[in-house]
Ligand binder design. Sequence first.
Ligand SMILES: Cc1ncc(COP(=O)(O)O)c(C=O)c1O
Length: 449
Amino acid sequence: MKHENFLKENNARHFWHPMAHPSEMLENPPMIISKAENVEVQNIDGHVMLDAVGGLWNVNLGYSCEPIKNAIIEQINLMPYCNTFRGITNDKAIELSYKLKEWFSSDGMEKVFFTQGGSDSIDTAMRLVRQYWKVRGKIDKIKFIALSKGYHGTHYGGASLCGDPRFRRNYEPGVPGIFHIPTPYTYRNPFDEENPEKLSKKCIQSLEALIASQGSDTIAAFVMEPVIGSAGVIVPHENFMKQVRNICDKNDILLIADEVICAFGRTGEWTGSRLWGVKPDVMTIAKALTGGYFPMGATLLSGEISEAIEKNDNTLGLLGHGYTNSGNPVGAAAALAALEETNKLNLASNAKARGAELILGLNKLKNKHEIIGDVRGKGLMAAVEIVEDPISKKPAGKDTVAKIFQAICDEGVLLRASGNNFIISPSLIINKDHVNKITTAMDKGFSII
Ligand SMILES: Cc1ncc(COP(=O)(O)O)c(C=O)c1O
């Protein structure tokens, strides 16, 4: 490691950080993490914290998963790279495609297109869905509908699907033909509706109205995260995704489930779609696919979609799409090891059990601290939304968030502060003591206000 002073002096000087204003990073340089072990990270000053962010919703197996590390080392020694463009493939990518087909078979997925991450997976899904409709001769079906609070990455397609202007405004114009409907977010919504079932119905009515006004013959797909992650862990009513599925079926619109966060057990079920009892037409995955040990993702397609493209007998079926690292053998080796560990440790059931304890603990904090406006979660994805006062629901300011964040760090827990939300998404291998540590540190953090 370079000398500590060198790192501190050069922190954020030459490196622009994602999702931050460069001037803010220069003024307030980010925390330098230099070591990670099991479910903990250590900063450059030696302060150890339980990583309640789980990397970025991806380090599901913690930082010391020997089988993944060994698989990567072995594969690098054997063959560090192999492309998979027409005419060439590699053993690990073939094996992984087989395993993923098995893993997602109860979601109805049959084919895999490998990508380099979540944003790639979403843009791949959008491109393949448009291609599918062209192959089917329905050339006007090009538009997409998404949720106002959805997050779908930062490529042009995915960013255009994002409802939050923070991800679009500075880069517009985005991809045309993208529309949003209200999110079933009970704490804040345009209908002032707190009842989850009634709110879900109103959002569904908005979807129906939008389809009617655009014309279903122009809409390619509806895109949603089964549990909305980055916007602050918004858990839709249990009927919402099923109703979306019904509307899509009635109108010949495809359903893309963005499972970049949810897949591989985070919600307490193996996929977010399974959590709600829905079979989508297309799924996007990334993050926990390799446990965060290698950047890799995939877009998965149902039998109906893939068959139409495979059976096409003109150039419309040609996949003019792909990445240098589609099916990278090191990534595939990492993913194979991660899948095996995920299955062996039954991470979905641990996420469900620990998630229930976490929500219970967070709700106790809500009863104690007036600053907490809302607590939401499913499995091991949760958020605590803080407000200036519970009646006006005015979001807590930046300084308050920063003070609480620092106090929780000092107590040995690293959270993610996003706007006025604290997001909790630890590794899925955490135990009951880790959950207690998170809620105890948060209790102390909120007590400083
Ligand atoms: C639901 C969802 N989709 C897509 C993405 C983009 O993934 P990536 O950052 O790997 O490109 C993210 C990232 O957080 C995500 O949460």
